[in-house]
Design a protein around this ligand. Structure first.
Ligand SMILES: NC(=O)c1ccc[n+]([C@@H]2O[C@H](COP(=O)([O-])OP(=O)(O)OC[C@H]3O[C@@H](n4cnc5c(N)ncnc54)[C@H](O)[C@@H]3O)[C@@H](O)[C@H]2O)c1
Length: 498
C-alpha cells in the first residue's frame, strides 16, 4: 500500500483517486477550491462524473501541506494553467527524491515548458517526475472500463514504480523513457481534436476526420522528431492512441468544443458552454511558438489557431488549408538528422565520427566502418572535400566528393556524411555533432590524441590485414598509376597545426 497525495479534484483527479483507493492505497485529495472539497467530502460525487460514487476511504483536505507531507507518491491533476501555481505552493512541503506524477496535458505558453518541466522548475529539491498519459477519458476510467496508459520517465525504475501502483486495476500501464515525446503528444492532440470537432460541426464527414487525425499525427511527429523525441512514441498510446480517442469520442471536451465552433459559435462562448478546461485552446499559442522555434510547419494547428485566436471563419481556414502548396506524405529526413545531432546526448545515442577520403571504397573501408558503427549508435563519416584532398592531403581521387558521398551513403553502417575542409575542423566537429567516440585506422595511431582534451574517446582500429588502397590501386593500374597515389607519409602531416 502506498500513501498517495493527489492535487486537483476535477474529473481526472477524482477518477484516478478512486482507482488508487480501490487498489488499496491510502489516498488524500486536495483542491485549491475549499467549497469543492466540502462538497466532494459530503456528497461523495464529482459533478462531471454522473453515477460514480467516491469511495468512503478517500479523504479530502484544503491544506496543501497536509496533502504533500509524508507521501510515497504525489499526483498533480490540476488543469495545465494551474500547474505552476500549484507546484509553487506545494514546493516547500515536498521532500527530496519525492516521486511526482503529472496528469495534466499542456505546454506553458510563455516558457514553452512541458508540464513536468514546469513542476521541476518550481521544486526546491531534486525530485523524480513521471508523465502519465494516454487515451484515458475519466468518464470511462471511473467506470472501470479497461484502459491503457503510458508511465513516462527517463528513469525506468521510477516509471515502473508508477506502473506497479495501478496493478489489479482497469488501468494497464506501459513504460516509456521518452517523457518529452509523451508530453508533446498529450498536449498537441487536443488541438487536433478541436480541428476534428470543427470539421464535424461544419457538416464534414468521416473522410475529413480521418485525414485530420492522420495528418495531425504527422504534424505532431514532425515537430517531436525535430525536438529529438523517439519516433515510436508517436504511434504509441500517448501518441496515436490518445489522438484517436480525443478526436472521435463523445467524451472529448476538445472535440465537443470544436464542434460548437464549427457550428458558428464564438470560441469564448463554446468554452463557456463546455464548462470544463479545454486544453486544446490553452495549448495553441505554445504550439505556434514551438513550430517557429523548431522551424516546422503545423498547418492544421495553425488553421485552428487562426479560427480561435485570429477571428478567421472555419470556412476560410479550411479553404486556406486545402489550397496549400502540393505536399508529399514522405518527408525528408534531413531535418530529423540535423536536430538529432544538435540535441546532443539527450536521446541517449552514442555518436561515432571518422574521417577519410574513401575513394576506392573496398572491403577494408567497409570493415572499418562496420567496426566503427559497432562502437556506438550513429556513425558520421567526414569525407575529404576535393579541395582538401588536393591542397592539404596532396592526393588525387578517382571520384568527386559528391560521388564518394553517394558511395558512403549506400552503406547501412553510415548515418551521415559531411565534408572535411580543413585539419582544424575536428575540434569543432566533435562539439557541433556531440561526438562520443573519434575513430581512425591505427596507421594514424597517436595523431589525434589531442581530441581527448575535448572530452571524446579516441579509438584507433587495426587495419584489415593485407588490404591497402595504395596496393590495390597499384595492382589495378600497374602501368600508369604511379603518379595518382599519395606519396605522403602520415608521419609527415601535422594534424593539429593550431
Ligand atoms: N478528464 C479527463 O478525461 C482527462 C484525462 C487525462 C488527462 N486529463 C488532464 O488532466 C488535467 C485536469 O483535467 P480535468 O478533466 O480533471 O479538468 P477539470 O476541468 O475537471 O478540473 C477542474 C479542477 O481544477 C482545479 N482547480 C480549479 N481552480 C484551481 C486553481 N486556481 N488552482 C488549482 N486547481 C484549481 C479544481 O480542483 C477543479 O475541480 C487536464 O490537463 C487534462 O488535460 C484529463
Amino acid at each position: 500500500m502506498y500513501k498517495i497525495g493527489l492535487l486537483g479534484a476535477g474529473t481526472w483527479g477524482i477518477a484516478i483517486a478512486r482507482l488508487l483507493s480501490n487498489c488499496g492505497h491510502d489516498v488524500l485529495v486536495w483542491s485549491a477550491l475549499e467549497d469543492e472539497i466540502k462538497e466532494l467530502d459530503s456528497t461523495r460525487r464529482q459533478k462531471n462524473l454522473p453515477g460514480v460514487e467516491i469511495p468512503q476511504n478517500i479523504r479530502f483536505t484544503a491544506d496543501i501541506e497536509e496533502v504533500c507531507k509524508d507521501k510515497d507518491i504525489l499526483f498533480f491533476a490540476v488543469p495545465s494553467v494551474f500547474v505552476r501555481s500549484t507546484a509553487k505552493a506545494a514546493a516547500p512541503y515536498i521532500r527530496r527524491d519525492q516521486i511526482i506524477v503529472d496528469l495534466a496535458k499542456g505546454i506553458e505558453a510563455d516558457s514553452l515548458l512541458s508540464m513536468t518541466e514546469v513542476i521541476r522548475s518550481e521544486m526546491l529539491r531534486s525530485v523524480f517526475i513521471v508523465a502519465l498519459s494516454g487515451p484515458t477519458h475519466a468518464e470511462e476510467v471511473a467506470n472501470d472500463i479497461p484502459t491503457m496508459i503510458v508511465s513516462a520517465c527517463q528513469d525506468l525504475e521510477i516509471a515502473e514504480t508508477v506502473q506497479d501502483v495501478f496493478k489489479d486495476s482497469c488501468l494497464r500501464v506501459y513504460t516509456n523513457p521518452d517523457i518529452e515525446g509523451v508530453e508533446l503528444c498529450g498536449a498537441l492532440k487536443n488541438a487536433i481534436a478541436l480541428a476534428s470537432g470543427i470539421s464535424e460541426g461544419m457538416g464534414y464527414g468521416d473522410n475529413t476526420k480521418a485525414a485530420l487525425i492522420t495528418r495531425g499525427m504527422a504534424e505532431i511527429a514532425n515537430l517531436g522528431k525535430s525536438m529529438g523525441c523517439y519516433e515510436q512514441t508517436f504511434s504509441g498510446l500517448a501518441g496515436m492512441g490518445d489522438l484517436i480517442v480525443t478526436s472521435t469520442s463523445r467524451h472529448s471536451r476538445n472535440n465537443r468544443c470544436g464542434h460548437l465552433i464549427g457550428q458558428g459559435i464564438k470560441p469564448e462562448e463554446a468554452i463557456k458552454e463546455i464548462g470544463m478546461v479545454v486544453e486544446g485552446i490553452n495549448v495553441l499559442p505554445a504550439a505556434i511558438n514551438l513550430a517557429k522555434r523548431y522551424r516546422v510547419k503545423l498547418p492544421i494547428i495553425e488553421a485552428v489557431n487562426n479560427i480561435v485566436n485570429c477571428g478567421m471563419s472555419p470556412e476560410d481556414a479550411f479553404k486556406e488549408f486545402m489550397d496549400k502548396d502540393n505536399n508529399s506524405e514522405i518527408s525528408s529526413t534531413i531535418n530529423y538528422e540535423h536536430v538529432l545531432l544538435q540535441k546532443g546526448n539527450h536521446t541517449g545515442m552514442k555518436r561515432v565520427i571518422t574521417y577519410g577520403t574513401y575513394d576506392l571504397l573496398h572491403y577494408g573501408h567497409i570493415n572499418l566502418l562496420r567496426r566503427a558503427k559497432a562502437l556506438g549508435d550513429y556513425l558520421i563519416v567526414v569525407l575529404s572535400s576535393d579541395e582538401f584532398n588536393w591542397n592539404e592531403k596532396h592526393k588525387k581521387t578517382y571520384f568527386t566528393y559528391e560521388q564518394r558521398k553517394q558511395l558512403l551513403e549506400s552503406i547501412r553502417y553510415v548515418d551521415l556524411v559531411i565534408p572535411e575542409n580543413s585539419w582544424q575542423q575536428k575540434r569543432s566537429d566533435v562539439h557541433e555533432y556531440h561526438v562520443d567516440i573519434f575513430v581512425m585506422g591505427d596507421d594514424w595511431k597517436g595523431k589525434f590524441d589531442f581530441l581527448k582534451d575535448e572530452g571524446v574517446e579516441v579509438v584507433y582500429l587495426p587495419r584489415t590485414p593485407e588490404i591497402s588502397s595504395s596496393q590495390m590501386k597499384k595492382d589495378l593500374h600497374s602501368d600508369d598509376n604511379g603518379d595518382l597515389e599519395s606519396q605522403i607519409n602520415h608521419d609527415d602531416i601535422d594534424t593539429d597545426p593550431s
